[in-house]
Design a protein around this ligand. Structure first.
Ligand code: GRG
Length: 294
């Protein structure tokens, strides 16, 4: 399987649809729309849309039926990045290879661009066609649950409250589950739901998304130690400088790598309910994410 071609094809489709869905830079209020587009079209990896589209296909669905869900996930993800970079959060200057949103547009507009992207994500999701098993209410409830106070935002709160404390591995896992794995779980689940997946398929995708999400964050933490800002497009080494709890900090680089490998193996095993042909792209993605160097 040519995973690079799959990633590029997904990015092209999602970016074309996003461009059509989002108000143009010339639409008032122009500063806000410029700020939203600035971060959205800054060249992210588009992993969440990729997972959504491939989960839909694994369940026998079409990319077209899942495409708006894929776009909603990327729009919501971009809001989290803008807010995460704010001085009151991680206080970062570089994201997706560009100065962060608040560095260019100011803090006020960056907060509002994030807010508007979050709201827009649900408007886009509401355009995903329903099917015999799921309707728009199910999609909205899914994304709201995975990204609200019980998961994504809740994980960010745990992260903030953990600053300056030595965290246990269980506490760290809970932060990663909320901050990172929850949105990857929503990505594969929404893809499956857009395809009218069975309860068994949805459970398999949930387990895959959970383990893949934890592995994804561990690799992110490892890259924060070993990579460079030029390669990553964001600041590097901050976790260590700020003595943040991460897998490499708690258990060392080699043990962190082993944990990411074990979680990836477990994510792959969850896909056994799908035929070999149907699960191939999701397996290839898990391998690609484990080996990624940016
Ligand atoms: C509500 C004020 C307020 C803030 C919310 C929810 C939140 C802030 C932040 C989410 C936490 C966060 C940014 C987690 C990190 C997850 C992660 C590894 C992001 C990087 O994802 P990639 O590598 O990035 O897919 P690209 O740029 O490729 O899309």
């Amino acid at each position: 399987m040519d995973i690079k071609a799959l990633v590029a094809d997904c990015a092209a489709k999602v970016e074309a649809r996003l461009d059509a869905l989002l108000p143009g830079e010339d639409v008032a209020p122009t500063t806000l729309h410029k700020a939203m587009r600035y971060s959205l079209f800054a060249g992210g990896k588009r992993i969440r849309p990729l997972l959504c589209l491939q989960a839909a296909k694994a369940c026998g669905g079409s990319e077209e039926a899942a495409l708006n869900a894929a776009c909603a996930l990327e729009v919501l993800h971009t809001y989290t990045l803008i807010h995460d970079d704010l001085p009151c959060m991680d206080n970062d200057d570089l994201r997706r290879g560009r100065p962060t949103n608040h560095k260019v547009f100011g803090e006020g507009i960056a907060v509002l661009a994030g807010d508007a992207l979050l709201t827009e994500a649900f408007a886009i999701l509401a355009r995903v066609p329903g099917n015999e098993r799921y309707d728009v209410g199910d999609y909205v409830a899914e994304l709201a649950y995975r990204t609200g106070s019980l998961n994504l935002v809740g994980g960010q709160v745990l992260d903030l409250e953990g600053e300056g404390r030595r965290l246990s591995l269980d506490e760290l896992r809970a932060i990663h589950k909320g901050k990172t794995a929850a949105l990857l779980m929503a990505s594969v689940r929404l893809g499956g739901m857009s395809a009218g997946c069975t309860a068994e398929q949805l459970e398999a995708l949930t387990d895959y998304g959970h383990d893949l999400g934890l592995a994804f964050q561990i690799i992110d933490d490892i890259l924060d130690v070993i990579s460079t800002p030029e390669v990553m497009g964001k600041s590097i080494g901050k976790d260590a400088r700020e003595q943040k709890a991460t897998y490499p900090a708690l258990m060392g680089l080699e043990a962190a790598r082993a944990e990411a490998r074990a979680l990836t193996a477990s994510a792959r095993a969850a896909l056994e309910v799908f035929s070999a042909k149907r699960r191939e792209p999701l397996l290839a993605i898990s391998d690609y994410l484990l080996r990624r160097d940016y």
